[in-house]
Design a protein around this ligand. Structure first.
Ligand code: DX5
Length: 234
């Protein structure tokens, strides 16, 4: 981080809607907003890039009016360029594309910004961090996957922690703050390690929805654990 950047960055808790009841998605978004989440992530899957199929921009547009909390679209889809404007129009503030799906990643990220959204890049577990080294000027966030994308409820890949640490070091070379997000198997038993490694934005689906205290308590606990980890880290 540059000298003017905060030592402890914002800690953002961002639920994945995968475990939500899709028959009442609007109410689920209201419950998440009431729980105090920082953003809501919609896991967009096409059945090609990942072996699962979820929803498109029209579903997100339908629930957009129900809450004020920002939305992010995690595009786990091949050839995302032609759909980026649809997700921005649907009300997504952040658009996450996978580096593995973008032949012209620099052009795609620039287009996300031109459409008025915040550009972000996701990397699958096998993808080298160097893939984003030449597009940091266009990134507001980098997402390091801590599972292989496609399904919730998978085990956190602790082998990604060196990659998370290397990513934080790389992002700190940029002339602006770039958030570092992790997604997959994040819960009370794993968030500390991910935060110590350098993540400051945390996607949680299963662990958040399964928390015995409910969504609010889960959100608070995750935020406290990550904040404590960052306080001890710096
Ligand atoms: C993977 C999905 C999941 C989801 C989070 O493609 O993107 O990572 O968001 O699921 P949990 O928190 O259940 O691992």
């Amino acid at each position: 981080m540059g000298s003017s950047d905060p030592v402890i960055p914002p800690i953002l808790i961002v639920p994945s809607v995968l475990p939500a009841d899709f028959a009442r998605l609007g109410d689920e978004c209201r419950d998440l907003e009431a729980a105090g989440v920082d953003r809501i992530q919609f896991d967009v899957m096409d059945g090609r890039f990942v072996p699962n199929l979820t929803f498109g921009p029209d579903v997100i547009a339908a629930v957009r009016p129900t809450v004020a909390v920002p939305f992010e679209a995690h595009l786990m889809i091949e050839e995302p360029d032609h759909l980026v404007p649809r997700f921005v129009e649907a009300g997504c503030d952040t658009i996450i594309v996978h580096a593995e799906t973008c032949v012209h990643l620099h052009r795609t990220l620039a287009a996300v910004r031109e459409f008025g959204a915040s550009p972000a890049v996701a990397l699958n577990p096998h993808t080298p961090l160097e893939v984003v080294a030449n597009v940091l000027d266009l990134c507001e966030m980098v997402l390091i996957m801590t599972v292989n994308p496609g399904f919730g409820g998978q085990a956190y890949l602790s082998t990604m922690e060196p990659k998370i640490a290397a990513a934080r070091a790389l992002l700190d070379t940029a002339d602006h703050w770039i958030d570092l997000e992790v997604d997959g198997g994040i819960g009370p038993s794993t968030i500390t390690e991910a935060a110590v490694a350098g993540a400051n934005v945390f996607i949680s689906g299963s662990a958040l929805y399964r928390h015995v205290g409910g969504l609010g308590a889960a959100t608070d606990e995750l935020r406290q654990l990550a904040g404590k980890a960052w306080a001890n880290r710096t």
